[in-house]
Ligand binder design. Structure first.
Ligand code: MGP
Ligand code: SAH
Length: 249
């Protein structure tokens, strides 16, 4: 009984200390966030910056859309392991995927409609030393597709911003700039070997239906992608990217 009071005091003191330490970390994070000019929307992605780009500190550049859309490096590496030959990245953003494809495949055609994204992707590719393996194009993938050649097409189109997760079932018509069926058919004018990176709440039945748009239906494989045990997205591989050996042109 005699020792109870000091023990309780000790517990209270250590709780107070832990609270204070937490508050100090928060203040330090807020300070760095402010220094880097990061908006409140971007803050939570900034905290994951080394998962997004392991070389972040070497001068990686992202804008707001780039922050919330870039594929985490670990997942982009996985995608690249399934690519080969010439890869067309139709929605290249700030280059998260294009960089990893360039490290592992023969060549990459990286397209984005936003000139600033393409500039950032070029800067980021230079940091990874792969800029010579990428053709950076400012343009609309939908318009350019019929004139492109490639062994694999990679599609990670806009999902409508971070609010995509409010949807219980993310249907393919919600993809931008066109619905998923149209994007898939446009990609098929280049090759049936298609890789799509989609929201974790995507309608998997609709995803499977995409393979039935071809006759005979394309081989399809669905993969859940985790970072630190947290589900980040779903990748769908079609054609030779799903099964068999990629036949390179
Ligand atoms: P998220 O769900 O917004 O973040 O994005 P987080 O931290 O996993 O979510 P939380 O709110 O559940 O804590 C997860 C990942 O999805 C991002 O890191 C991007 O790789 C990808 N992503 C998110 N958005 C909104 C898009 C998008 O519009 N397009 C593409 N291609 N990828 C996106
Ligand atoms: N995989 C990328 C993220 C892509 S985000 C990465 O890891 O960095 C989707 C991108 O599609 C955005 O950068 C947006 O500018 C681009 N985009 C939107 N409409 C487009 C279109 N019609 N053609 C090409 N790019 C487009």
């Amino acid at each position: 009984m005699k020792t109870e009071v000091p023990i309780q005091r000790k517990i209270r003191r250590s709780k107070r200390r832990r609270k204070l330490a937490k508050r100090q970390v928060k203040v330090r994070v807020k300070k760095r966030v402010k220094e880097e000019g990061v908006s409140p929307l971007v803050e939570k992605y900034w905290l994951q910056r080394y998962d997004l780009f392991s070389k972040y500190d070497e001068g990686i550049k992202l804008d707001e859309e780039g922050w919330f859309s870039v594929t985490p490096e670990e997942i982009a590496v996985r995608h690249a392991q399934r690519g080969g030959g010439v890869v067309v990245d139709g929605f290249a953003g700030v280059g998260g995927n294009a960089i990893q494809f360039a490290k592992m495949c023969y060549h990459v055609v990286a397209i984005d409609i936003d000139p600033q994204k393409v500039e950032m992707a070029f800067n980021n590719a230079k940091i990874y030393g792969v800029e010579d393996y990428v053709d950076f194009i400012v343009g609309d993938f939908i318009q350019l597709a019929p004139s492109l050649k490639g062994d694999v097409v990679f599609l990670s189109p806009p999902w409508g911003g971070p609010s995509y997760k409010a949807m219980k079932n993310f249907t393919l018509d919600l993809l931008k700039p066109k619905d998923g069926y149209s994007l898939f058919q446009i990609a098929q004018t280049i090759t049936p070997n298609i890789i799509m990176f989609l929201p974790r709440n995507v309608d998997l039945h609709q995803v499977e239906e995409l393979s039935w748009l071809s006759s005979p239906p394309l081989c399809v494989e669905i993969e859940k992608n985790y970072v630190n045990n947290y589900l980040k997205g779903i990748t769908v591989y079609f054609g030779d990217a799903a099964c068999g050996q990629l036949e390179l042109s």
